[in-house]
Design a protein around this ligand. Structure first.
Ligand SMILES: *Cc1c(COP(=O)(O)O)cnc(C)c1O
Length: 238
């Protein structure tokens, strides 16, 4: 079997899961964007996924993404940064990603906004939220969320689109449900409180093992690596 065959089949399996989960939740599958998480995966396999119809890819390291982008120059791809971004890499990130899903502090927001302004690009951003307040995870806490939303709305250099969540490592997919539901409820509350809905329309939540639950709870973006590209080497994060 050629190497791309597995990826094409995996992708269609994942798309089928998305469609089934959307229908089960009485939602339209076209509301849900599949981000293929290609961290640690070679540019050749990203190309295989592209050939199988995938356009949106997620990476957790800036330099790794830049290397793949230059290897795949000319393909019409959309790149999302999904991993923690250090402030000193904000400039490179703003210049090379269409979406930055992992904005998690005021300092980082300001760095990304000023980098975006000087690079002339206007990245879409999500605010990564840490609902469980895990010491090991990145993300803004609930208490700082509203001020971060307001600051992002006030910036003309970035476009706020919503929230991103990485819940505590679940044993079962159902363990993620309360976190997914909580994020949706927070979003709904912010919209009730006057934040324009189009700036919080994206909920990026759900990975290989729990994307179905996430879609049931309102995810509009799922980030899927293992189910598309297979298991990563154990050094990969998370
Ligand atoms: C690696 C990663 C994913 C993909 O996880 P899988 O379990 O391989 O689907 C999703 N989101 C983030 C933030 C990640 O780092």
């Amino acid at each position: 079997m050629p190497p791309g065959a597995d990826i094409a089949r995996n992708l269609s399996d994942v798309r089928r899961r998305i469609t089934a989960a959307a229908h089960a939740a009485s939602r339209n599958p076209s509301e849900i964007t599949l981000v293929a998480v290609s961290k640690t995966v070679s540019a050749d396999l990203v190309r295989e996924a592209f050939v199988a119809g995938q356009r949106v890819f997620g990476e957790n390291r800036v330099q790794e993404a830049i290397d793949k982008q230059s290897a795949l120059a000319g393909l019409d791809l959309e790149w999302h940064l999904i991993g923690h971004l250090q402030s000193n890499k904000a400039k490179k990130a703003a210049a090379s990603f269409d979406w930055i899903e992992s904005v998690d502090s005021r300092e980082l927001l300001d760095k990304v906004a000023s980098a975006a302004a000087s690079s002339g690009r206007r990245p879409q951003i999500l605010i990564q939220v840490d609902l469980a307040q895990e010491a090991t995870k990145y993300g803004a806490g609930l208490s700082e969320l509203r001020s971060l939303v307001d600051a992002a709305l006030a910036s003309s250099a970035v476009v706020l689109r919503g929230f991103m969540l990485v819940p505590p490592n679940p044993e079962h997919a159902e363990d993620s449900r309360p976190w997914f539901r909580q994020l949706r409820e927070i979003r709904d509350r912010f919209v009730d409180d006057g934040v324009p809905a189009q700036h919080l329309s994206t909920l990026s939540m759900g990975m290989s093992h729990d994307l179905d639950v996430a879609i049931h709870e309102g995810a509009t973006m799922v980030r899927v690596g293992t189910a598309i590209f297979g298991a990563r080497a154990s050094t990969a994060t998370p």
